[in-house]
Design a protein around this ligand. Sequence first.
Ligand SMILES: [Zn+2]
Length: 627
Amino acid sequence: MNREAVEKDESTVYLRKNHRKSRQDEIMRAWVEAQTADISEQEAVDHGADWKRIERHVLRLQRQLAHAVEQNNRKVIRHFKWLIRTSHHVKLLAIRHVTQENQGRHTAGVDGKTYTTPSERKELAEIINLRSRPLPVRRVYIKKKNGKLRPLGIPTTHDRVCQAIHKMAMEPEWDMQFSPNTYGFRPNRSTWDAISQVFQILCKRNSAQWIIEGDIKAFFDNVDHDKLLVKLAPEDRVSVRRMLKASVVDPEIGLMPSTRGTPQGGLLSPLLAVIALHGMEEELRLKAWKMGFGNSRANPGINIVSYADDFVVTCKTKEQAEQFVPVISEWLAENVGVELSVEKTRITHIDDGFNFLGFHVRKYDGQLLIKPSKDSKLAVLRKIKGVLDSNKSVKTSKVIRLLNPIIRGWGNYYSSQVSKKAFSYCDHRINQMLLKWARRRHPHKSAKWIHRRYFPQRGNRHWVFSDRHQTLATMADIRIIRHIKIQGHRSPHRPSDDEYFENRREQLMLKRMNGFQKSVVRRTNGRCPLCGCKISAEHLRRWQTNGENNVQFVRMIPERLGGQYTIENVRVTHRWCYDRYHQVYGYDTLPDNPEQYLSHQERIVNGQVVQLRSRATRDEEHNCRMA
Ligand SMILES: [Zn+2]
């Protein structure tokens, strides 16, 4: 036992010394863990946790809370919030979310702990205490697009889990109350919904012509604590106050108290930001009606679309817009405690166009088109140039590996609007940069040689940057797919909206998949075969739009054992489920009973999954389809 522990330590030290974030190392580490860690212990933590049951239980609690909110029964609401906060399953789910799913899972707070292994997570589950006073947040600065620094406040992992639990208790109640046209940081809503709404309110011939582009000065740093806390329910106030008042450790200044603002980096602060701006749409519309802009209370002459602290207001005339800016400014100062930046808040005509969420919205001869904004195009090209500049002598395949996610991610973000021209422009510029990159490597070779070496013909296309195995992604290949906008008053937490969201999820998901992926998903009814849970719409959306790898299409029988990339052998799984699958079984062995991951028509024959299709099953399928 002792010797095993020593071996385990040595192997991890070896890995830590040679820590590189390459795929090879990840595989190696998983293998070492699978060899050295006590499987039974792992199973108690990960495998033993029946995620399907846990998720169902948490969902049921949130659903009961939502029912109480619909009936506006404060006593029952309080009861269910308490149940959620004390539930063991909620705690486990929050820990999984913070330490395994979240993007910032490797960033530690002031205590320097990240809890990456199953046994560490088990330890974390035991020490979670919602009543404890949060430790100070660690201040980190990241660069913004305009070169300025954005301050983040990173709470410790323990406090982040607490915040995740509070969020699960508070979100159902708030999400059902929010105004229809606030889109930021809400479940099942994205920038695409916001920009589709902008299109709807501006596209018609008699739509409003003047737009106020709102810009709030450092919104997250200036939210007034007292004004925010007043809006919260009494049972949430104590814990949120503690979170807001947690002091900040700055790398240069040291410990300082927090008097304003929410720490960016916590899980609760996006929700708090939306809560702080809650009521803006309704109250401003009421004010516009009282000022005589529109003809009725339901049609007050203005429209508002907001995405967190970014918002636009449309007005019929320039005079109305000029009158309305001070009204907005006053509302913000009174209810949130933030200021509208006078220089940056502009009033523009729709024919001149304006930028919102990285899109450029403008009418060309009465036709409204939404395209990628110029700044955004330049930003992505600059990013790509930066990658090429810092990788002047690496292999072609590495450059392709580095650039592909950038190109695909950017292209997908803009794939819901009019972007074809912007795409071909970017492709052209990227190819120019690559040509320059290639020429620098071979100053004595001819242009023809470079063309042949780096841009070989692929099918009927010339100028495709590729090496023998990989090809650089082009934006021209990205399909333009219209987004289905969410209906404003819907909330995924409201029980009566279930059917609507189920349909929308299915439509959105299938719209963006290719035929192969569609059939893989349909085979398992969109469930992950490893844990049995439905793959959530949120994960699929992030995977499809941002290229986050929370969802993976994987071979159940690994390639090393001869598993093919075919519909029979490929499954769609959660990333964390797949990681665990290999941690437990290693990469060279099949699980003890691989059949459990297959459907009833499939068998494993000589290490290959084959499909059994008798005439009876085929007839059955046919009948199902007819019915
Ligand atoms: Zn799963």
